[in-house]
Design a protein around this ligand. Structure first.
Ligand code: NAD
Ligand code: UDP
Length: 317
């Protein structure tokens, strides 16, 4: 298949490009680099089955030739970006999704959108099944992302019902791994860069809020299986192994040998208190479940962070 990956120079997008190429597809990565980086796809330069196009997908997308799938991952994803670039976030998930769906319709291509566990907001049902409609504050600081993703899901379903586009919706839960931006602001990059510098880890609130972390190769495997499946309704892809943010800080300090402990900082407004995917549907429909345990995945990620921090002079040695 010839496949377009929007957001292909991003964290998950670049790993997905690798997987699609390994499966024998040809890939076009399209990205405006607002939060992505061509370093993530530098190893693919010069391959005849790979092309990078710098383009903002909120503008009309033109592509010559046949296209069999559009995977729409373009969107900043870190909560620290929500107050900094709220309108680009809303535009890429609304206008960008519209353009990507329009392209899929014109080419007769399958379409897959990266949605998020944030559509469940601060969930009142735990763990979260796909049937839960969520608890989102539309006007809070996370509303720009959460509501834009909810709109993107609705638009995707409309193109399915109204235009017959073959659509897929993946609800991605917290995913981590090599190539995350060092200064991304999410908990994994924060904890790892702090631990590698021998600094205390910044735990927000009392650290009792929970998240469930999925290693990127598992996430990409779930996305690929969903793309190849016939499932039109949303599917959660995430690792159900749940930790408090304080427990997770202790794991990172243990794995890095950091002795600086933790310090407590204010809890961001509307920070979800708990999050854990119900993955029974992914197991049933896709035969998917995560394989990489958190200690193994964090160890791989530490190696990648250490290498990049040294290369940028952010770490001695
Ligand atoms: P990322 O920031 O590394 O990747 C997003 C990519 O989209 C970046 O390369 C960015 O430059 C690009 N982009 C943004 N706006 C664009 C535009 N207008 N035109 C073209 N490119 C644009 O983030 P990520 O963590 O890899 O997230 C990828 C997708 O997965 C996003 O849609 C995100 O909402 C979703 N997601 C991620 C997580 C996670 O834990 N990483 C969780 C839930 C959902
Ligand atoms: N968090 C933290 N310390 C940090 C960064 C984040 O304790 O340095 C917490 C944050 O409050 C949230 C969790 O870690 O409860 C996950 O935050 P992240 O920004 O990674 O993603 P979210 O799941 O909130 O979108």
């Amino acid at each position: 298949m010839r496949i377009l990956v929007t957001g292909g120079a991003g964290f998950i997008g670049s790993h997905l490009c690798d997987r699609l190429l390994a499966e024998g597809h040809s890939v076009i990565a399209m990205d405006n680099l607002i939060t992505g980086n061509t370093d993530n796809i530098a190893h693919l330069n010069g391959r005849p089955d790979f092309e990078f196009i710098k383009h903002d997908v909120t503008k009309y997308i033109y592509l010559a030739g046949p296209l069999h799938a559009v995977i729409h991952l373009a969107s900043p994803a870190s909560p620290v970006d929500f107050p900094k670039i709220p309108i680009p976030i809303m535009k890429v998930n609304s206008l960008g999704t519209l353009n990507a769906l329009g392209l899929a319709l014109a080419k007769g291509a399958r379409f897959l959108i990266a949605s998020t566990s944030e559509v469940y907001g601060d969930p009142l049902v735990h763990p979260q099944p796909e049937t839960y409609w969520g608890n989102v504050n539309p006007i809070g600081p996370r509303g720009v992302y959460d509501e834009a993703k909810r709109f993107a899901e609705a638009l995707t379903m409309a193109y399915n019902f109204h235009h017959g586009v073959e659509t897929r919706i993946v609800r991605i839960f917290n995913t981590y791994g090599p190539r995350m931006r060092l200064d991304d602001g999410r908990v994994v990059p924060n904890y790892l860069t702090q631990a590698l510098r021998g600094e205390p880890l910044t735990v927000y609130g009392d650290g009792s809020q929970t998240r469930s972390f999925c290693f990127v190769s598992d996430e990409v495997d779930g996305i690929y299986r969903l793309l190849m499946s016939a499932e039109v309704q949303p599917v959660n892809i995430g690792n159900p192994n749940e930790f408090t943010m304080l427990e997770f800080a202790y794991i990172v300090n243990e794995l890095t040998g950091n002795r600086a402990g933790v310090i407590y900082k204010a809890l961001p407004v509307d920070d979800p208190k708990q999050r854990k995917p119900d993955i029974s549907k992914a197991r049933r429909v896709l035969g998917w479940e995560p394989r990489i345990e958190v200690r193994e995945g964090v160890t791989h990620t530490i190696e990648d962070f250490r290498r990049r921090m040294k290369a940028r002079g952010l770490l001695a040695g």
